[in-house]
Design a protein. Structure first.
Length: 94
């Protein structure tokens, strides 16, 4: 008898990579690093904190540390998922 099911939405149920790329382009762009789709593909599948650290090492920016940038990418990613209806309505909307 089936006792449990584990879902991995990232790439199994949902192709979330386009959302991650859009988030990277948006967040890094605000820091002066103008990412291309090709640049985003270089870190595809890498954890978000590591992505921020890698790009900081390659192209240092001012004002925020990589952990703060990773947090911003996470927020941007979630917003895009709600915007495009992947997760339904935004939790803060009525």
């Amino acid at each position: 008898m089936l006792q449990a099911v584990i879902y991995d939405m990232d790439g199994v149920l949902i192709d979330s990579e386009p959302f991650w790329r859009e988030s990277m382009i948006e967040v890094f762009g605000r820091l002066g690093l103008h990412m291309t789709e090709e640049m985003c593909l270089e870190t595809m599948g890498v954890r978000i904190g590591e992505v921020a650290r890698i790009w900081y090492e390659r192209h240092p920016w001012e004002g925020k540390n990589p952990a703060e940038v990773a947090e911003e990418m996470g927020v941007s990613f979630e917003s895009l998922n709600f915007k495009y209806g992947v997760f339904g309505a935004e939790p803060w909307s009525e």
